[in-house]
Design a protein around this ligand. Structure first.
Ligand SMILES: [Zn+2]
Length: 297
C-alpha cells in the first residue's frame, strides 16, 4: 500500500462523532472532490476506508445517503449524488444561497471551531489529497478545481500556522507542502500521527546515512593519503640502499627505514608504536623527512 493510502486509512479510523466536525469534514470532502455542483456530486477514490466512511459522514452531516457507490475490488470507487433534494440539503447545511452557484467559496462559518478546522483538513486530504512516500521525497498536496476554494483554503492554512505553497496544474489548483516538518504537522492535525512519525523516522534515517557516508568518504581519503606518503618514503629508502648510503646512516635513521619497510601499511601514529622505546610522531616525521631529503640529494 502507498504512503497516501496508509495515511488515509489511518485518518478513517477516527469515529464520526460530533455533528459540527462531520459537517466540516464533509465540506472538505466536497470542495476537494471531483465534482461538486448544484446538479451533481461525484467523489472518486482508490481508498476503501474512505469510500466506506462517506455514507456515515453524509448521514451525520446532512441526513442523506449517496445515490450510488460503484467500483472497488481493484478499481476506483465512484460515489455519486444526483437526487435534487439531497443536493439541496447539502447546500443548505453549508450555508450556500442561490447566488453562490457560479463560483464556490469557502464558508468560514463551517470551520470556526478548532475541532472543525482539523476535520476540514481531514476531509480535504481524503478527497483531494495525496502524499509522496518520505523515502522518495517530501511532498503533500491538496487539489481542487475551484479557484476561490484553493485561495481561501490557502488563507485558512496560513491562519492555522502552516506555510503552504500554491500552483496550478491544468484546470486544477494545487496547495502543497515541501517541508517535512509542515507535512508532519499537517498529517498530525488531520488525524494521521503514525504517518507523520513515518516521515520523522525516514528523515532521521536519511540524515544518519548521510553522516555515515560522509564519514566513510573522509576515512577513505585519509587512508589514501597515508598510502601515498608511505609509498614516497619507501621509494626514498630504496634509492638510499641502491646508492649504498643507507647502511652509513645513523642507527636511528636505519631503524626508521627498517620499520617503515616492515610496516608499509601503517599510518604515522601506528608506526610510532612499533619503535622500542616508542617515538613521538613529530620525531618520526622528522626522521622520515630526513630520509626523503637524503634520497633527493
Ligand atoms: Zn467540530
Amino acid at each position: 500500500m502507498s504512503f497516501s493510502s496508509n495515511a488515509k486509512e489511518e485518518i478513517c479510523r477516527a469515529a464520526v462523532n460530533k455533528r459540527c466536525c462531520a459537517l466540516a469534514e464533509s465540506y472538505g470532502v466536497l470542495l476537494f472532490c471531483n465534482t461538486f455542483s448544484r446538479t451533481r456530486v461525484r467523489i472518486v477514490t482508490e481508498s476503501t476506508p474512505f469510500a466506506q466512511r462517506i455514507p456515515k459522514l453524509f448521514k451525520k452531516a446532512f441526513g442523506i445517503e449517496p445515490d450510488s457507490i460503484t467500483g472497488g475490488e481493484g478499481s476506483k470507487y465512484t460515489i455519486e449524488i444526483r437526487e435534487r433534494s439531497s443536493i439541496a440539503r447539502i447546500f443548505d447545511a453549508i450555508g450556500y444561497g442561490e447566488e453562490r452557484d457560479v463560483a464556490l467559496h469557502l464558508n468560514l462559518g463551517v470551520v470556526e471551531e478548532e475541532c472543525c478546522r482539523a476535520a476540514f483538513l481531514r476531509g480535504a486530504f481524503l478527497s483531494g489529497g495525496s502524499a509522496t512516500s518520505p523515502e522518495k521525497n517530501y511532498h503533500l498536496e491538496l487539489l481542487t478545481s475551484h479557484y476561490y476554494v484553493s485561495r481561501e483554503a490557502f488563507a485558512l492554512l496560513l491562519d492555522m500556522g502552516f506555510e503552504p505553497k500554491a500552483s496550478k496544474r491544468k484546470s486544477n489548483y494545487v496547495i502543497y507542502f515541501k517541508s517535512s516538518e509542515q507535512i508532519e504537522n499537517f498529517l498530525t492535525k488531520a488525524g494521521a500521527p503514525v504517518a507523520a512519525m513515518t516521515i520523522m523516522s525516514a528523515k532521521v534515517e536519511k540524515e544518519l546515512n548521510n553522516r555515515v557516508n560522509r564519514r566513510i568518504n573522509c576515512d577513505a581519503a585519509n587512508a589514501d593519503r597515508t598510502v601515498d606518503a608511505a609509498q614516497e618514503q619507501l621509494e626514498a629508502i630504496a634509492a638510499l640502499r641502491r646508492a649504498g648510503i643507507l647502511e652509513t646512516l645513523p642507527e636511528k635513521l636505519q631503524e626508521t627505514a627498517r620499520l617503515r619497510e616492515m610496516y608499509p601499511e601503517l599510518s604515522l601514529n601506528q608506526l610510532c608504536e612499533m619503535f622500542q622505546p616508542q617515538v613521538s610522531k613529530s620525531c618520526l616525521n622528522h626522521r622520515l623527512r630526513k630520509l626523503s631529503e637524503l634520497a633527493r640529494k
